[in-house]
Design a protein around this ligand. Structure first.
Ligand SMILES: *Cc1c(COP(=O)(O)O)cnc(C)c1O
Length: 385
């Protein structure tokens, strides 16, 4: 707990994106404990899945132990096999592709569009055509919502439909965002979400897999609890996983999903305050909001042009660290990660420039105006332009 003295508050560390509790988590938790369903089963799970269905617009939802587990299950139910290609934007978190790689898939990384920082549909269209000519289409394409901005799923799905390639939406960072009026992830064959502690709402860890297709979700549900066949004894026709969400976490998640709209408004307000406090500085840019939807601004991301600003993003990060504020460079492109040195890719210059210049600022909705003013003052103080 923070020290409540004036000095303690003034020096309180400002994390990048800490959990923001609602005060109602304990009520939901007490109900689960009273019910005795302290397991990855029970009414709290069903209620949580219904709440996620309400928030995402999907009729079929499976609660999972993490967003990464949901992605792994998505790749399982799409029958990704060793040697299959799975395409993803290079500008994302490693968990987007890690489970597919662990299943033996070959990743191919495509660049993002500078207007949205999400998968470039024109590049995807060209690459699919070239892959069809080579006779080696990807087994799946993953679209990724970034920092609260939905990828342009309409364009991505249209490009993939032409070749019969299924689209997975990694919407771990997109919950609460919209795409042409509908919730982020809607339109993909399978969408996955995360309720990790740093996301816009949290279950204290957890995820979800969602689809319009009840068969896919039923298969994922089967695999998520050790692939037990219907028999009185333990019988297995395939191997599964221990990927169910605990009711304890579902209780916390229920309290949190209920306030999603408030959290979106608050994250957007944090972003707007950064714009008001920083936009006049030379060489500062902000993550653009694509015209196809409404971003949540889960993380407020800026770009710093070092020649005009007079300092680079690492100098700004260190200036923030010096006042106890946590910031992070934007995603280091996956093709530049040592583990993916040999992976094929297409383009990548946009993601590299974003990594050179991009910084995610403290974006928590529990941050006070005074704390955000300290962050803004430290960034202004670092400007030498
Ligand atoms: C957080 C995140 C994940 C993984 O979610 P976990 O719940 O932490 O496993 C996957 N993809 C992206 C883009 C993320 O930001």
């Amino acid at each position: 707990m923070p020290d409540a003295t004036a000095e303690g508050w003034a020096s309180r560390r400002i994390p990048l994106s800490p959990p923001h509790l609602t005060g109602r988590e304990l009520t939901f938790l007490a109900a689960v404990l009273d019910s005795g369903w302290v397991a990855p089963a029970g009414p709290a799970i069903q209620d949580f899945e219904a709440a996620v269905g309400g928030a995402t617009g999907f009729p079929h939802v499976l609660a999972t132990a993490s967003g990464t587990a949901a992605l792994h299950l998505a790749y399982r139910v799409l029958d990704i096999a060793p040697g299959d290609e799975v395409w993803a934007p290079g500008f994302t978190f490693v968990a987007t592709i890690a489970p597919a790689v662990q299943m033996g898939a070959v990743p191919r990384f495509l660049d993002v569009d500078p207007g949205s920082w999400t998968l470039d549909p024109d590049l995807l269209r060209r690459e699919l055509r070239a892959a069809a000519r080579r006779g080696r289409l990807p087994r799946a394409v993953v679209a990724v919502d970034i920092y609260g901005q939905a990828a342009d799923l309409d364009a991505i799905v249209a490009a993939c439909d032409r070749w019969g390639v299924p689209v997975v939406s990694d919407s771990a960072e997109g919950l609460g965002a919209t795409l042409r009026g509908r919730p982020a992830g809607r339109g993909a064959r399978i969408a996955t979400y995360s309720f990790n502690g740093n996301k816009i709402v949290t279950a204290g860890g957890g995820g979800a897999l969602a689809s319009d297709d009840p068969v896919l979700v039923a298969r994922a549900r089967h695999l998520a609890s050790q692939a037990k066949d219907h028999a009185p004894h333990y019988q297995h026709s395939t191997t599964g996983h221990a990927y169910g969400m605990s009711s304890i976490l579902a209780a916390v998640g229920l309290a949190q999903v209920a306030v999603l709209a408030d959290r979106v408004a608050a994250r957007r307000a944090v972003f707007a305050r950064y714009v008001a406090g920083l936009a006049d500085l030379p060489g500062i840019g902000f993550m653009p909001e694509a015209d196809w939807g409404r971003a949540t601004r889960w993380l407020s991301a800026i770009r710093i042009d070092p020649t005009r600003f007079g300092a680079d993003r690492e100098a700004v990060r260190l200036a923030l660290e010096a006042i106890g504020a946590e910031s992070r460079p934007v995603w280091k492109p996956l093709p530049d990660q040592p583990v993916f040195r040999d992976a094929p890719s297409a383009g990548g210059a946009v993601a590299r420039t974003l990594f050179d210049e991009g910084l995610c600022l403290p974006s928590g909705t529990g941050m006070t105006a005074a704390e955000q003013d300290r962050v803004i003052a430290a960034i202004r103080g670092a400007c030498r332009g």
